[in-house]
Design a protein around this ligand. Structure first.
Ligand SMILES: Cc1cc2nc3c(=O)[nH]c(=O)nc-3n(C[C@H](O)[C@H](O)[C@H](O)COP(=O)(O)OP(=O)(O)OC[C@H]3O[C@@H](n4cnc5c(N)ncnc54)[C@H](O)[C@@H]3O)c2cc1C
Length: 431
């Protein structure tokens, strides 16, 4: 069977489902296909192991799609404060006042109601599937992967693993970091594996949900504590949280081999004593982390968005926020192309999308890499500079707040002076 659409979105993860909804709401006939079944939310279940810090910018976008209300009706935790500190122990540490190694960002000082929300990925994805399903222009196809792609004349044809064919003027690859569409379109990538991996652990802790998230920077990698929601009547007085522990592959292999009680002991000694007391480990998973960038964002009738185009170090949790920015830019450009009566895959429109998004994605990649190298470094002068830097960040609220607004997705650009510095860093143009 062959079905025809204006646009075919491959991958209905957070980015693909958002794009399908936005394009459908703008009058395009869209098919969105995902090899996984539809995500389901059950308030009685324990939290999804994958959670994301959604920025205020992403919240605005999800509101415009009508998905935000679905999210808050399920589960979302706003955070108003973010505490960041440097945990490296070194002889010079004792010469530096402790407070220089700590910074706290507060939404009040940034002129924002909150810094962001911690949301389970399955909740965001399900809210977006609901908005997509409510849009008569959108056809959702679940449980089928892509087998092949052909491009001829003014259309592209995608064949699914059940043999059915979907024909469209444009195919959007939103199928994640291992994108099959990217491979089928012959688009290469540059990839750098970091020396760290991430372990995410769902835990319960003693106490109520507070509006602060914590991130400690150790030379072996950051460790973060993200409060989620109350554990309910089944566990009175307890709440859920997501812990993220970045470390070397060897150390992560050791942690993975521990049973729950041994891992609990490791967590209690590795995370600061000022954090709430952990009571239970529910689930854990580990992720390799890599910086990856597609060499081109488009080729022929294929264009990429989200993780299929770029992955970044998740240490400041910006991956899906960048993906949502791709989605908004692509939606706006395709709307213009349609209004002009042009072919949706005309290179000048897709090139305009790449010109908008590549430098912005590259800038965030570089900002994350600067954090990664700065905090993974054990060399004393770097350690000193780093602490003085955090101290300066405390002392210079205006500069600090401008960078924080960018990192939190409240502003979409770095302050001009920081932009000029990043633009001069060698190697940026190869990212
Ligand atoms: C440890 C960790 C923590 C993170 N924390 C944050 C955070 O706090 N904030 C943040 O913004 N980002 C965070 N990220 C990054 C974020 O998870 C990703 O950027 C985001 O999931 C990318 O969304 P996506 O829709 O582009 O791709 P994906 O989520 O990978 O979705 C791709 C979809 O495509 C489907 N698919 C794949 N192949 C096919 C195929 N052949 N045919 C059909 N369908 C297919 C999949 O089933 C999936 O549904 C984190 C990442 C990690 C590893």
């Amino acid at each position: 069977m062959t079905q025809a659409f204006d646009i075919l979105v491959v991958g209905a993860g957070m980015v693909g489902a958002a794009l399908a909804t936005g394009l459908g709401q703008n009058g395009f006939r869209v098919a969105v296909v995902d090899r996984a079944p539809a995500p389901r939310f059950d308030p009685a279940t324990t939290p999804d192991i994958r959670v994301s810090a959604l920025s205020a910018g992403s919240e605005r976008y999800l509101q415009s799609l009508g998905a935000w209300d679905h999210i808050t009706r399920m589960r979302a935790t706003p955070y108003r404060r973010l505490a960041v500190w440097d945990e490296t122990r070194h002889p010079l540490t004792d010469l530096i006042p402790r407070k220089l190694a700590e910074v706290q960002f507060d939404a009040n000082e940034l002129g924002a109601a909150h810094l962001g929300h911690i949301v389970e990925n399955s909740v965001t994805q399900q809210a977006l599937w609901q908005t997509a399903e409510a849009c008569p222009q959108v056809t959702l196809i679940q449980g089928h992967g892509v087998s092949s792609l052909t491009q001829a004349g003014n259309s592209a044809t995608v064949t699914l693993d059940d043999g059915s064919e979907l024909v469209a003027s444009l195919v959007i690859g939103a199928d994640g970091a291992q994108s099959r569409i990217r491979d089928l379109a012959g688009i290469g990538i540059t990839r750098n594996q970091y020396d760290q991996q991430a372990m995410v652990i769902s835990v319960r802790y003693q106490g109520a949900v507070d509006d602060i998230t914590w991130q400690g920077f150790h030379p072996s990698g950051p460790r973060a504590f993200l409060p989620l929601h109350s554990a309910g009547a089944a566990h009175p007085g307890e709440s859920w949280a997501s812990l993220v522990w970045y470390d070397s592959p060897d150390e992560l292999a050791r942690l993975k081999a521990l049973d729950d009680s041994e891992l609990m002991a490791a967590l209690q000694s590795a995370f600061p004593a000022c954090l709430p007391m952990l009571t239970h480990i529910d689930h854990r998973a580990s992720f390799p982390i890599a910086r990856q960038h597609a060499r081109h964002y488009h080729s022929g009738r294929v264009v990429l968005a989200g993780d299929s185009a770029h992955t970044i170090n998740p240490l400041a949790g910006q991956g899906v926020n960048l993906g949502f920015q791709d989605a908004q830019a692509l939606q706006a450009i395709l709307r213009e192309a349609k209004r002009a009566g042009d072919d949706l895959a005309a290179p000048e429109w897709l090139e305009r999308y790449e010109r908008q998004r590549r430098p912005a994605n590259r800038r965030m990649m570089l900002t994350m890499d600067m954090f990664y190298h700065l905090f993974s470094n054990r060399i004393p002068p770097v350690h000193l500079v780093r602490n003085l830097g955090l101290g300066a960040a405390r002392a210079l609220p205006v500069a600090r707040n401008r960078v924080a607004r960018y990192a939190m997705g409240i502003d979409e650009e770095l302050p001009p002076v920081v932009r000029q510095i990043t633009a001069r860093i060698p190697g940026l143009s190869q990212l």
